[in-house]
Structure formats: structure tokens, C-alpha cells
Write a protein that binds this ligand. Structure first.
Ligand code: CUA
Length: 157
């Protein structure tokens, strides 16, 4: 196959653009207060959360010296538990699922932010620093009460 020089140039330019896009998505995960990484595990029965080991009792559990796991359920129109109480200077992984429709899970003023999809478990890890009360907001339209759907994340000493 014969490729003209300018076609090679275009090819190189488009590959570079793709790499830049991937880079910009992968990057951008660090911010003030809490830093986060996010990904999503598949497969949970949104209608059967009451029987689910992790989500029948939404809670925060200590899993290491300064390590915690928070199991959070989003619903129309709130979050459970509320407030979510986590210690300062620790690493907290939030596992968030929905019992009804798509919601958002955004810790206001930080870049901790994920979509919450029924049937899936979204995972976000944050590092807490000083005690502070954060608002928790839903940033996906989820019905009539969307604008009043909120919670709290309290970082305590
Ligand atoms: Cu839940 Cu908007």
C-alpha cells in the first residue's frame, strides 16, 4: 500500500490527538481536600439490596488502620447513610449503588464524583484530611425531587 506523505502526517496527527484525549481522561484525578480514583463494578440486583451483604445496612466499616469502606445507597430522593461519617487522615473507598434510577454522587467542593447506576456498584476512593462537613449532591436528573436530593459527608477527628 502506498501512503502519501501528507496522509502519513494526518495519520500521525490523529493518533497524537487520540493519545492526548486518553491522557486528559486518565489525568485530572487529583484535587484539593480529597483525591479520587473511580471505576465501576458490574452486576448487583437493584431490587434485592435488602438481601445484599454490603447494602442491606448502608454503613461505614473500618478495614485497616486508616482505611475505611463506605457502603452507600442512593434512592429517590436521598442517600443512605446520611450523614456518612468518616475519620480524618484516612483512605475511604465508597461503594455506591442505586435502588431505583440513575443518580449522581458528588462530594461538593471536591472532585469526588461518580454516576450511580441501578444494577452497578460505583467505586470511588478518597483521602480525607482535616475534619470538615461536605455536602453530598445528586447531579443526575432523577425525578421530581432531584433538586432536593442531598446528603452529607462528615470528616471527623
Ligand atoms: Cu438523584 Cu438527582
Amino acid at each position: 500500500m502506498h501512503i502519501h506523505a501528507y496522509e502519513k502526517l494526518w495519520l500521525a496527527a490523529s493518533i497524537l490527538l487520540i493519545l492526548l484525549l486518553i491522557g486528559s481522561v486518565t489525568y485530572g484525578a487529583v484535587g484539593p481536600g480529597v483525591a479520587m480514583v473511580s471505576d465501576t463494578e458490574p452486576a448487583i440486583d437493584a431490587g434485592g439490596l435488602d438481601e445484599d451483604e454490603r447494602f442491606s445496612e448502608p454503613r461505614v466499616e473500618q478495614v485497616g488502620e486508616n482505611e475505611y469502606e463506605a457502603y452507600v445507597v442512593a434512592y429517590q430522593f436521598g442517600f443512605e447513610p446520611d450523614p456518612i461519617v468518616v475519620p480524618e487522615n484516612s483512605r475511604v473507598t465508597f461503594y455506591v449503588t442505586s435502588r431505583d434510577v440513575i443518580h449522581g454522587f458528588e462530594v461538593a467542593g471536591t472532585n469526588a464524583n461518580t454516576m450511580v447506576v441501578p444494577g452497578e456498584v460505583s467505586e470511588i476512593t478518597v483521602e480525607t484530611d482535616e475534619p470538615q462537613e461536605y455536602g453530598l449532591i445528586c447531579n443526575e436528573y432523577c425525578g421530581a425531587g432531584h433538586h432536593v436530593m442531598e446528603g452529607k459527608v462528615n470528616v471527623v477527628s
